[in-house]
Design a protein around this ligand. Structure first.
Ligand code: NDP
Ligand code: MG
Length: 382
């Protein structure tokens, strides 16, 4: 058998850098990497992992990188569409998509059409275009495995049990840095505080999403597509310690949970090994040291994001895409000091109320919905 090869989209990010570590640990060859503009880290990665190809979606950064790695054998692709070109033409068997945001959608589709197995961290792809992505997955008969810790947990909890035996999925949420705070406090929270996640070290966008609990709304929609579950059969419970990564409740009311230290390398390894359990990089749990595990309801009055996500699902069509793209714009504005934390909740609801949706969207409808949602948010924040 030929040696397994991997393509990592978003190799310079939080998931991407951990994926490189896991690939080294598993002895998987890194055939291709991609990022937006971090040429310094890309150069280091090219010199360390010797990929055959590297895509840089920022044109200027690609030109720079071409010069700085001219002494290597790495082929540099540059420009907006280079992530998709790379996903399609890599000789890797598996593509791990850890690009942040909607920009991950086109390369996801390109990888599936070339019949690559997919490890997907880029949840925004599934939220924005779940029916199109899952349709292509079925058509091309590829393996799609989640990297998101909750979905990785659910995948393990389901194992070989049949879909008809499942009563509901229970996604756990850490509650983020503002757990237990009152509405007034949360609505005026500052970015430096929102960026302090209690249990996970992640990229800036997902850290803000975790603080607003929009991340849990995105994950609810992600779970619907991955596990073919309706929204009303997915519960969310706050679990402060992030030790139980999610659970599945069966028809007999027995619940299977997956536990581990909060460490994304475990989830990345699960997706890269095609679910095989091998020695990993995550340390063991010490139950006596853990002591207690705590659980709480989500305070929907302070954090209405999960309810807003459920509303988007019930509208259907392009509404989840609007929810996602509006949120991406809102996080950008919030991090740049242009809006308050509370505006995120209000403007998400406004976008869903005001933007007309398309019922059974094709790819162009999704692209339109993305554009319209961003324009809507940016124009109102002026
Ligand atoms: P980061 O912000 O740390 O990294 C994002 C990566 O995407 C970087 O490599 C960045 O390149 C690249 N990128 C950004 N824009 C583009 C673009 N237009 N084209 C190609 N590449 C681009 O994000 P995270 O690693 O935190 O998150 C990645 C994905 O994984 C997200 O969808 C997130 O929701 C999901 N996820 C993350 C978890 C985590 O623990 N971090 C946990 C569960 C899910 P550059 O550095 O050059 O800007
Ligand atoms: Mg998650």
């Amino acid at each position: 058998m030929s040696k397994e090869k991997l393509c990592i989209l978003g190799s310079t990010g939080s998931i991407g850098t951990q994926a490189l570590e896991v690939a080294s640990h598993l002895g998987i060859t890194v055939d291709a990497i991609c990022a937006h503009s971090n040429t310094k880290l890309l150069e280091e990665q090219i010199r360390k992992y010797s990929p055959a190809m590297c895509a840089v979606t920022d044109e200027e950064a690609a030109k720079q990188l071409k010069i700085s790695v001219a002494d290597t054998n790495c082929r540099i692709l540059g420009g907006k569409t280079s992530s998709s070109e790379l996903a399609a033409c890599t000789s890797a068997d598996t593509v791990l998509n850890s690009i942040i945001g909607f920009a991950g959608l086109t390369p996801t589709m390109a990888a599936i059409r070339e019949k690559k197995n997919l490890a997907i961290a880029n949840k925004e792809t599934l939220v924005a275009a779940g029916s199109l992505v899952m349709g292509e997955v079925r058509k091309n008969g590829i393996r799609l495995l989640p990297v998101d810790s909750e979905h990785c947990a659910i995948h393990q909890c389901i194992g070989k049990n049949s879909h008809s035996e499942i009563k509901k999925l229970i996604l756990t949420a850490s509650g983020g840095p503002f757990f237990g705070k009152d509405k007034e406090f949360v609505r005026s929270a500052k970015p430096e505080d929102a960026l302090k996640h209690p249990n996970w070290s992640m990229g800036r966008k997902i850290t803000i999403d975790s603080a607003s609990l929009v991340n849990k709304g995105l994950e609810l929609i992600e779970a619907m597509w991955l596990f073919d579950m309706p929204e009303d059969k997915i519960d969310i419970v706050v679990h402060r310690e992030s030790i139980i990564h999610s659970m599945v409740q069966y028809r007999d009311n027995s619940v299977i949970a997956q536990l581990a230290k909060p460490d994304m390398r475990l989830c990345i390894q699960y997706a890269l090994t095609g679910t095989a359990k091998k020695d990993g990089l995550t340390p063991e749990l010490d139950f006596a040291k853990l002591g207690t595990l705590s659980f709480f309801d989500v305070d929907n009055r302070v954090f209405p994001s999960v309810d807003i996500a459920r509303h988007a699902v019930r509208i259907g069509g392009t509404a989840p895409c609007v929810f996602n793209s509006a949120n991406e714009a809102l996080v950008d504005l919030y991090l740049n000091g242009k809006i308050s934390f509370g505006n995120i909740f209000d403007m998400l609801s406004d976008a869903l109320r005001d933007i007309k949706t398309v019922k059974e969207p094709g790819f162009d409808d999704i692209l339109d919905a993305d554009k319209t949602a961003r324009e809507y948010i940016y124009s109102r924040a002026k």
